[in-house]
Design a binder for this molecule. Structure first.
Ligand SMILES: Nc1ncnc2c1ncn2[C@@H]1O[C@H](COP(=O)(O)OP(=O)(O)O)[C@@H](O)[C@H]1O
Ligand code: SF4
Ligand SMILES: [Mg+2]
Length: 328
């Protein structure tokens, strides 16, 4: 048993070319993810949170190499994933899976559930033909569906049930790590908690590590061991969940938390609302990317040093140069 993190991401960057004009020539770049670094331990759930467009999906897909990262290092179980040749990448894919945001779009409507799940088993050559049916039945049971679901088509299920099928498909190959990209955002609020609880049960039972992406801090609170907050492609804060929710240090995290509905209406609360729009990701502010909306911004916040994440308490990383603000 090794204590090395399952996943080590260092300086991850992904740029997309923006094309324009008649000839669709590149006219600029979007840095969707810029200098992202974090570890994920075996069996750990890391919540990855930020407003739409902050780079969460790009980060998740780059880590799985569903899209090619521009630069940076991704180590999975000690092995560098970037630049891995296709055959080795295929073998690794069995250990890293994804659950998509939209359970309607991510399941082929013409495939019966047994084929949706069976396909993953075939691709990775898992089990014999004879025992596949039993495996599929067991997977469906694990995600709270009955075995007879395998003979039905995706449209016969509700959104929550479809997401259970998506989870069963990801689990079919017995991965160590799952990227769950906003797995409950498309679901009714009433079923969101059920699907989050299912993921929480499964990770305990199977020892799964999960990168749980959400745009809302409230959604990941109870499932996450630690939480990372992104803004405009950059990491703003990363901390154990208790510290992050009880004592958020970055002004952006504080703003996100104060915008969330308060479960206890009598709880004292400091309102900090975000003013202004998110700047264009093609032309982000220099230094701290949050500075155009930060009520504490100083001239020094425009300098490169203001963008660098630093550990301000054990395991608590913040990208902000103002000690007086962080410690307040
Ligand atoms: N294929 C692409 N081509 C160009 N820009 C992209 C592409 N995918 C994402 N982006 C841009 O990258 C930024 C981050 O997007 P994304 O990772 O989808 O954010 P999130 O998942 O946090 O909403 C956005 O500005 C988005 O417009
Ligand atoms: S570095 Fe400056 S602009 Fe950025 S969060 Fe801190 S105080 Fe605000
Ligand atoms: Mg996304």
């Amino acid at each position: 048993m090794t204590t090395q993190p399952l996943l080590q991401v260092r300086g991850l960057e992904k740029k997309f070319p923006i094309r324009g004009g008649l000839l669709q020539r590149p006219v600029g770049w979007v840095k969707a993810v810029d200098d992202l670094s974090f570890d994920l331990n075996r069996g750990e759930v890391l919540g990855l949170v930020g407003e739409s467009g902050s780079g969460k999906t790009t980060a998740g897909r780059s880590i799985l190499r569903l899209i090619e990262p521009t630069s940076g290092s991704i180590r999975f179980d000690g092995e560098e994933v970037t630049g891995l040749p296709p055959a080795k990448m295929r073998a690794l894919r069995r250990r890293m899976q994804i659950v998509f945001q939209d359970p309607y779009a991510s399941l082929d409507p013409r495939q019966r559930v047994r084929d949706v799940i069976g396909e993953a088993l075939t691709i990775h050559n898992i089990g014999t033909k004879a025992d596949r049916r039993d495996r599929i039945a067991a997977l469906l049971q694990k995600v709270g569906l009955t075995a007879d679901a395998m003979d039905r088509f995706p449209h016969e299920f509700s959104g929550g049930q479809r997401q259970r099928i998506g989870i069963a498909r990801a689990l079919a190959v017995e991965p160590d790590f799952i990227v769950a990209d906003e797995p409950v955002s498309a679901l009714d609020v009433s079923v969101q908690a059920q699907v989050v609880n299912l993921l929480d049960d499964l990770r305990r039972e199977l020892g799964l590590a999960v990168l749980f992406i959400a745009h809302d801090l409230a959604v990941v609170r109870y499932i996450s061991d630690r939480v990372a907050v992104m803004y405009l492609g950059r990491l703003m804060e990363l901390a154990p969940s208790d510290s992050l929710y009880d004592r958020p240090r970055h002004p952006y995290t504080r703003a996100l938390l104060s915008a969330a509905p308060e479960p206890d209406p009598d709880a004292p609360k400091q309102r900090m609302l975000l003013e202004g729009d998110v700047p264009s990701p093609m032309n982000p502010p220099s230094g701290c990317v949050f500075r155009t909306r930060c009520p504490y911004a100083l001239p020094a916040c425009a300098e490169p040093a203001a963008s660098i994440p630093r550990e301000v308490a054990p395991g608590h990383v913040v990208s902000c140069i103002r000690d007086d603000v962080i410690m307040a």
